[in-house]
Design a protein. Structure first.
Lengths: 405, 358, 468
């Protein structure tokens, strides 16, 4: 009678010890046949050990232990520098057309199901910006797309980034002040010229404070920090005319001796048309999703080899979903499309991981699979970005948010 | 203190207690310490003078033996009955000096239904639609104002944003509130001296912002209107706030009642709101029962209808505590049994609803 | 079988083409994915008079002396893909009349529509063009090839099917939609029964008259024909000459008698159930192709049991749903689900550039569907579904010489469609595709766009000054 009982218990013991070896209690182990540590760095048959939400170690040349998640390919969680996942109107303070002292952090709705979907699509870090109804909409925030539904625990601190727009959008919905203007819509710009003027005025006024302290106004310090290059500015500019305006603004500030803006062009669909503007100022570009017909917002036209052209000229490029949620718009699909447009795999990988991470100043924490970095992984059942591959799993900060079926 | 009663009640004032004292005895008396079998309540000068078992009848006293359960009247939170046209002033966004009590119309015809439902105290709140909608008040249906300044009502939901006027965004709203708190005057000065705040919100993220605001400034008060506040129980608990639950009576989503259960587990003070002037005051008890069905402790649900609500309303209502006004309800059975009827209602010791059988 | 005048016209045109054609082509490529057996390395496809005569290894196939030879040793030949149901390429897709089966798409197809250029660029060589979903019973569709300057030249098969929408258009209820639909068939039945009755009455008079005139009345009767509907029949219809039936009703009789395919639009599971019931009642279940919505996987068992001819999956291949009061999404992978249920399906393009058929097939593979099944779902599968299984969908003897030459794996993002052949003739050459160059590289075809205004770089001078 005693022997069989003993046998069973020893078997249980053996089983549990195997499990312990693999997963070390609460932590996770992922095995990849192909592990893309970072663009250009591929290792085979690698074991990724995860502890406390961070990558503890990467061990190449190992076979998959029993019980570990094992997939064809693994790469770093993607970073979307233009995710736009909080679409509520309450996210931008429209009562002034230039808002520099508020942050979109106070408008995050982490309970929105869109976050889960974004995380499952492989985007584990995202820049959230105020919607572009304002000329300058305020500070952006970089967050992890999954985890506790508490803002503090999700924020990834990086470069402070102010967000604004040039073009049509900030002037839409406003009305000229005929009759008796009742609300702020009557005061805001109604044309592209008006939008441009607001940008120039904001920085010009802030620069005057240096010489005439009595001209100080709320937010002048932030604008001066922008001129000093301490705050990065993301400007949404779809068309080449708007990109030109953004660059001229920067160059004008330089010419006047006011400072040098640290610009990034977001949604720069037509950056390919006059790339010299970006090249001579070293301005990076975040590209919107590739359109089926080439046509995008504000009638901008973006051909499929845009990424190729810009990278060849040395422009730093990041891809983005720009709020698109369908398969056609997903960030991983954009990387595939960019490859179709002529990018190499590694360039495409950089455009959705390390490049956007550096634009947000969070490259020390996310964007590549290295010990000590956040355990954000995208698990594929084939070569990443290939049309015949699918994202089968996602790990974010060490938690499995999409489990391989 | 005058109580305007409906004509049918005029004849019921046969039992006069002016000057003398009244002792009510019932099968069960829901006292502040719990139910008492065959308990008695001594009422003197319209106030509760004593509660217990086998209380001696004073010489000037008059004993009424009743069948059923005797309890404090229920407290309904967040109602706009009797505020017709006064529930929201659309001319400005911050009205920290406005008292809703001035908009209270005790002659409004809706109040009789409250008494019939056993509700003897109501927290009047503004309709969410301004950043700061005014100061809430506690009143007795068709009766007196009990608490003129119960809370400052602050709205953290999108209802606070009106097209064309600042604030137009969450960050803008919070920044406006912070400015006021930095140099407090008017209602904000009262808040910084201890006046509670009623934090109106809808979504959980709005609620988190509201709770963080309260905690930042060490405010007391309650969160109101958040269907799934249970997910934030830790934060609410840490901030020491109460919660006014939205009507659960008609909520289809089972997670709303489950949320109340989660709050109950953390011993967070709860109360129920009627939500809208058009909702029957009878639904208050139904909300509590739905929470019990979902697993809320019976005592917690009862407190949420009575004493707990009184505490959140910052007014001496909802309990048979000695010294409180004798606002009582006689139920045909256990008040948490929905089949139980309201048999009689007393306000300040005077019967204002029900049959007179003495 | 009754042949409409249009069909006759089309046949006549086809005959003409053959008469003038008689062309012989040989296409020699690095690899042929035939979709009818194993791929062939270094293969040759011989095409004569528009049809494939030989498929085989280069070493084993003799190229006829008069054949026009096209050699591309680096390219991969793949069957021209088949779009099983589309509303692209029409002048306007929808008709506001509820029941309009007497209309014909032939009057609406626009040969110079960019749509045909786009699908050709993606390697699609056969399209079943049907009206949009906003009618109850739509007009008759047609199968075309995306090449040719006239509708007649594009024609592959006229009157290829009729679209019936169970899902109502915006603003209409299902109750009304189904009322109209049922009434259409009930009305047909009533009309036919009335005609039979009238003919019974008239027959005696007619016979007497014929007798008086010395004619053989019974011989003239041959114009009618016994009804063959499997749902319901009208007894005595053989006595009614077909020509006397209102031509507006004839297409409906074609449906009931099984002569024309039905494309049933069912965007929700309930629509599927209603659709199957109506198809069963009126006897067109076996010639029904279902255009289903993303949620219709919920009634896949019913679809399987009904035995319809085919299912066309929605282009959103994943269905994401959140149950009321749930905190998590449920994701259903449609191609995987239908493969598991053993229901053959055809894929549909989401759009003609980024998510054309090949991309949809690639997505299926990513979602775990066997590669062969996925490839079949854009070639032989849809060919079967539209009733052209003997003509298109694979590269094998007897079929139309419709080939796409890819630069690599047809399902790779890096592959390009280099050439397309329809019935042996090259109809697409990437090197001359100027609109593609615009899309891929931003090169404006000459004379197609207004020149951008020249902008003077106002800072150039300043910078130069600075440099000094």
């Amino acid at each position: 009678m005693i022997t069989p009982v003993f046998l069973i218990s020893s078997m249980l013991l053996a089983l549990s010890s195997t499990t312990a070896d693999v997963s070390k209690g609460k932590d996770l182990v992922v095995h990849a046949e192909y592990l893309h540590l970072a663009p250009g760095e591929l290792v085979r048959n690698a074991l990724i050990q995860i502890s406390d939400g961070k990558i503890a170690a990467v061990l190449p040349g190992r076979s998959a232990p029993v019980g570990a998640i094992s997939v064809h390919s693994v790469m770093a969680g993607m970073v979307d520098a233009s995710a736009r996942t909080i679409p509520s109107n309450g996210a931008v303070e429209q009562s002034q057309e230039v808002i520099v002292n508020l942050s979109v952090t106070d408008a995050l709705d982490l309970f929105n199901p869109a976050w889960d979907r974004l995380a499952r699509s492989g985007v584990t870090t995202a820049l959230i910006a105020p919607p572009d109804y304002n000329v300058i909409g305020g500070f952006t925030v970089v967050v992890k797309t999954s985890g506790a539904k508490r803002v503090d625990s999700r924020v990834v601190s990086g470069t402070p980034i102010l967000r604004g727009a040039i073009g049509d959008i900030p002037s839409q919905g406003n009305s000229p002040a005929f009759g008796s203007p009742r609300d702020y819509f009557a005061r805001r710009p109604t044309t592209r010229m008006g939008v441009e003027w607001e940008w120039r005025k904001a920085f010009f006024d802030a620069a005057q404070v240096e010489r005439y302290p009595e001209m100080d106004f709320e937010g002048a310090d932030v604008l001066r920090a922008c001129l000093a290059g301490d705050v990065r500015i993301f400007i949404q500019a779809w068309t080449t005319a708007d990109i030109r305006t953004a660059i001229y603004l920067d160059e004008e500030m330089q010419a006047e001796g006011y400072g040098d803006l640290d610009l990034v062009i977001d949604a720069g669909a037509e950056a390919w048309k006059e790339p010299d503007f970006l090249v001579r100022t070293g301005t990076p570009v975040v590209l919107p999703p590739f359109p089926a017909t080439g046509r995008l917002g504000e009638q901008a036209f973006m051909p499929w080899d845009t990424g190729r052209k810009l990278i060849d000229l040395g422009v730093l490029v990041a891809l983005s979903a720009h709020g698109e949620t369908g398969l056609n718009g997903r960030l991983s699909t954009q990387a595939g499309y960019a490859i179709r447009g002529g990018l190499t795999f590694d360039e495409a990988l950089a455009c959705v991981t390390t490049n956007p991470a550096s634009l947000l100043g969070v490259e020390e924490r996310v964007g590549s699979v290295k010990a000590g970095m956040d355990a954000d992984l995208v698990l594929w059942n084939g070569a990443p970005f290939s049309a015949t591959s699918n994202i089968v799993g996602v790990v974010a900060s060490g938690e499995v948010v999409l489990a391989p079926r | 203190m005058n109580i305007l009663v409906a004509p049918i009640l005029g004849a019921l004032c046969a039992v006069s207690v002016d000057g003398g004292s009244l002792v009510l005895q019932a099968d069960v008396v829901h006292g502040p310490e719990g139910p008492i079998e065959n308990g008695r309540i001594l009422i003197r000068d319209g106030k509760v003078a004593a509660v217990g078992e086998g209380l001696e009848l004073p010489d000037d006293g008059h004993l009424i033996e009743l069948e059923g359960h005797l309890s404090a009247g229920l407290v309904a939170m967040g109602d706009q009955t009797g505020l017709k046209g006064e529930e929201l002033d659309s001319t400005r966004q911050v009205m920290d000096g406005a008292d809703l009590a001035f908009g209270y119309d005790k002659t409004a015809k809706g109040w009789q239904a409250f008494l019939e439902a056993g509700v003897t105290a109501v927290l009047l709140t503004p309709k969410p639609g301004a950043l700061v909608g005014g100061r809430t008040a506690v009143i007795k249906p068709a009766g007196a104002v009990v608490q003129r300044r119960a809370h400052l009502h602050v709205c953290f939901s999108t209802a606070a944003f009106k097209r064309g006027v600042a604030p137009a965004s969450y960050p803008g709203a919070i920044s406006m509130l912070e400015e006021r708190m930095a140099a407090p005057v008017g209602g904000f000065a009262l808040v910084s001296k201890g006046l509670g705040v009623l934090l109106a919100a809808k979504t959980r993220s709005e609620a988190l912002r509201a709770v963080a605001f309260a905690q930042r400034h060490g405010l007391t008060g309650a969160l109101s209107g958040v269907a799934r506040a249970g997910d934030l129980a830790d934060e609410i608990h840490a901030a020491g706030l109460g919660v006014i639950l939205p009507p659960i009576a008609t909520a289809a989503d089972p997670r709303v009642a489950a949320s109340a259960v989660a709050l109950g587990k953390k011993k967070i003070p709860l109360s129920f709101s009627l939500g809208a002037a058009s909702r029957s005051p009878h639904s208050l008890r139904l909300s509590a029962v739905r929470c019990i069905q979902a697993g809320l402790d019976r005592d917690a649900a009862w407190k949420a209808l009575t004493s707990g609500a009184g505490e959140i309303a910052n007014a001496p209502v909802g309990s048979l505590t000695v010294g409180h006004d004798a606002d009582l309800v006689l139920w045909s059975g256990d008040p948490l049994d929905l089949a139980s009827r309201v048999e009689r209602v007393w306000i300040e010791g005077k019967q204002v609803h029900g049959d007179d059988d003495q | 079988m009754k042949i409409s005048s249009l069909t006759r016209l089309a046949s006549a045109l086809a005959l003409t083409a053959i008469a003038f054609g008689g062309d012989s082509y040989a296409i020699k490529v690095g690899k042929i994915i035939t979709m009818a057996g194993d791929p062939i390395e270094n293969g040759i496809v011989l095409i004569e008079d528009g049809r494939i005569t030989t498929v085989g290894e280069a070493s084993e196939v003799q190229i006829p002396w008069d054949a026009e030879v096209f050699e591309a040793p680096d390219l991969v030949a793949f069957p021209g893909q088949v779009e099983a149901c589309t509303s692209g390429g029409m002048d306007r897709t929808n008709e506001s009349i509820d029941v309009a089966p007497f209309l014909d798409v032939v009057d609406s197809v626009d040969p110079v529509n960019f749509f045909f250029e786009e699908v050709l660029r993606a390697g699609i060589t056969t399209l079943n063009v049907q009206q949009g979903n906003s009618t109850v019973i739509a007009g008759r569709g047609m199968i075309v090839k995306p090449s040719g300057m006239t509708v007649a030249a594009m024609m592959v098969r006229p009157q290829s099917g009729i679209k019936i929408a169970i899902t109502p258009k915006r603003g209409k209820s299902r109750a009304v939609q189904l009322m109209i639909l049922r009434e259409a068939f009930a009305g047909l039945r009533r009309t036919l029964e009335g005609m039979v009755q009238d003919s019974e009455v008239g027959k005696d008079l007619a016979r007497r008259e014929a007798l008086a005139q010395g004619r053989d009345f019974e011989a003239e009767e041959g114009k009618g024909r016994a009804m063959t509907g499997s749902g319901w029949v009208v007894e005595g219809l053989e006595a009614v000459p077909r020509a006397s039936i209102d031509s507006k009703l004839l297409p409906l009789l074609d449906i009931v008698e099984g002569r024309i395919s039905v494309y049933l639009v069912c965007s929700t599971p309930m629509d599927v159930l209603h659709g199957l019931e109506i198809a069963r009642e009126n006897g067109f279940l076996s010639q029904t192709v279902m255009l289903i919505g993303p949620t219709c996987w919920k009634v896949s068992d019913e679809i399987k049991a009904a035995g319809v001819r085919g299912v066309i999956l929605p282009s959103t291949l994943e269905h994401t749903e959140r149950a009321p009061f749930a905190d998590e999404d449920t994701v259903t992978l449609l191609p995987t689900h239908f493969t598991e249920k053993e229901i053959p399906f055809a894929l549909a393009s989401l759009n003609s550039t980024t998510q054309s058929l090949w991309f949809q097939a690639a997505r299926c593979v990513g979602l775990g569907v066997d590669r062969e099944i996925a490839l079949a779902a854009i070639t032989s599968g849809p060919a079967e579904v539209i009733g052209l299984g003997n003509d298109v969908g694979t590269i094998e003897k007897g079929k139309h010489g419709n080939l796409v030459l890819f630069s690599g794996d047809p399902l790779s993002l890096q592959s390009q469609v280099r050439y397309v052949f329809i019935e042996g003739k090259m109809v697409y050459d990437r090197t001359t595709d100027t609109r593609l160059q615009h899309l891929m590289e931003g090169v404006e075809p000459e004379g197609t766009a207004a020149d951008e205004p020249v902008v003077e770089d106002v800072h150039e001078e300043e910078r130069e000054d600075g440099d000094k």
